[in-house]
Unconditional design. Structure first.
Length: 179
């Protein structure tokens, strides 16, 4: 089944619009097909799948893995709605330090591809959301890092007033202090 791609403003960031076949019984869609994704510039292999559930207002991020464990992510929401953000942290990129946000939901079926070299976070907009993502590298605690979600130099405009963030995420460094 063919997919439609939308190139987003940050180099390498792609929005995947899968073909969704709906009828009275429900719907069917291919969420991943290695040959189709590779033909459209989304490399694999994907080696780890993750699933999180978050309640309304939960903000997770901004997380990333440092090389050699840097992860590309293929992200979708199967239930609920989130506002998902990617921040370009590639020093030699023309969009270094810039961010882009997109709404992902179980209803719109959109899939976001975030290449390695981006920090990633999301906030839950619905009462709860089930968030799934494939990664191109396995999680590596030694390579784990992040940026403060409310970093003034990045200036993300989160679309919620009340945010619930973990102590760990609240203590992440500011972008200018990353080493």
């Amino acid at each position: 089944m063919p997919i439609e791609l939308e190139l987003l403003p940050l180099a390498g960031l792609l929005l995947v619009k899968p073909t969704v076949i709906e009828d009275d019984r429900g719907f069917f869609m291919e969420t991943y097909k290695a040959s189709e994704f590779a033909a459209n510039g989304i490399p694999g292999p994907f080696v780890q799948d993750n699933h999180s559930r978050s309640v309304k207002g939960v903000l997770r991020g901004l997380h990333f893995q440092r090389p050699p464990s840097a992860q590309g992510k293929l992200i979708r929401v199967v239930r609920g709605q989130v506002w998902d953000v990617a921040v370009d942290i590639r020093p030699d990129s023309p969009s270094f330090g810039k961010w882009h946000g997109v709404t992902l939901s179980g209803e719109n079926h959109l899939i976001l591809y975030i290449p390695p070299g981006f920090a990633h976070g999301f906030v839950t907009l619905s009462e709860e959301a089930h968030f799934l993502y494939k990664c191109t590298a396995e999680y590596d605690r030694a390579g784990e890092d992040g940026i403060r979600w409310n970093d003034p130099d990045i200036g993300i405009k989160w679309p919620v007033d009340e945010i619930l963030v973990s102590e760990r995420d609240a203590a992440l460094p500011y972008f200018k202090n990353l080493k």
